[in-house]
Design a protein around this ligand. Structure first.
Ligand code: GUN
Length: 284
């Protein structure tokens, strides 16, 4: 039976440390500031943004939630980002994705000052991630690596399989696992015989956004399973990409949904806001 990786507990432990860092900065009259931009009324995004605001407040991070109508033009949104790039109280800028159709996500990301890009999505930060020289790391992949580290899960030389190739999770987590000397395979919707590949994985990271897709036949005995999925089932319940009840007995470690990866993502956002603040204010 697998050990459940308690993301919520680890997130709380890390938040105590982050709060201390924020307090130390306050002694120097510095307060980390985070701007979160939300366009439209997407219900999931509303929840994520509210959680970010609550967590920032709890840790003493100054936060601005900027809400825009669904109909905002690309030009207007880019102007807002440029204004925040120049705002000295703001050290981190996050534009909640997805964005409405009239707005080009790539242009938005390119407009964020890489130093303030706490999501780590700007090509400069993505490039640094690829060369192993990252400062701003996408929050979910970063949180996953912190969970592996906290549970002393050895990655070196292991077979790691990532299911999903998004810029937000799949690609960056593959880079980070590679950096830790895993042998990494990235699979996706065109992968043939997915099961044959995932069932070789010592470490299986699933980020496909399909509820309960990964059943026990996809998982090797003793594997470490990290479930990034956040899906709603027909009853409105939050479920992962992994069919937890039947997969858990085969694993050595597994993350539940909720209370797994989710709380870590928010925590890493806070940590990166503090890091961005220190770099901008103290040149660290
Ligand atoms: N939407 C889903 N995940 C994320 C994320 O990590 N960052 C942003 N900006 N939007 C998201």
């Amino acid at each position: 039976m697998g050990t459940r990786i308690n993301g919520r507990e680890l997130a709380e432990t890390m938040q105590v440390e982050i709060k201390k860092e924020v307090e130390e900065l306050a002694e120097k009259n510095i307060q980390p500031g985070l701007a979160v931009l939300l366009v439209g009324e997407d219900p999931a995004s509303q929840v994520y943004v509210r959680n970010k605001e609550t967590t920032a407040k709890k840790l003493g991070i100054y936060s601005q939630i900027l809400r825009y109508e669904e109909t905002i033009t690309e030009k207007q949104l880019l102007e807002e980002i440029k204004r925040l790039n120049g705002d000295p109280k703001i050290h981190g800028i996050l534009v909640q994705l997805p964005l409405p159709k009239q707005i080009d996500e790539e242009k938005v990301i390119l407009t964020i000052d890489p130093k303030k890009d706490v999501d780590g999505f700007h090509p400069v930060n993505m490039g640094k991630l690829l060369t192993g020289d990252a400062t701003m790391i996408p929050c979910t992949p970063y949180g996953i690596m912190k969970m592996l580290e906290a549970y002393s899960i050895d990655v070196d030389g292991k077979q790691a399989v990532v299911v999903g190739r998004s810029n937000i999770v799949g690609k960056p987590v593959a880079c980070l696992l590679l950096e830790k000397n895993a042998t990494v395979t990235v699979t996706h919707s065109h992968t043939q015989d997915l099961k044959a590949i995932t069932s070789q994985a010592d470490i299986l990271v699933v980020a496909i956004g399909k509820g309960h897709f990964i059943t026990k036949d996809y998982v090797k005995d003793g594997a470490v399973v990290i479930d990034v999925g956040m899906n709603r089932n027909a009853q409105g319940k939050l479920i992962g990409d992994v069919k937890f009840d039947e997969v858990e007995p085969k694993t050595s470690y597994i993350t539940p949904v909720p209370k797994g990866v989710g709380p870590m993502t928010i925590t890493m956002l806070m940590q990166q806001t503090v890091k961005a603040c220190k770099i901008q204010e103290l040149g660290l």
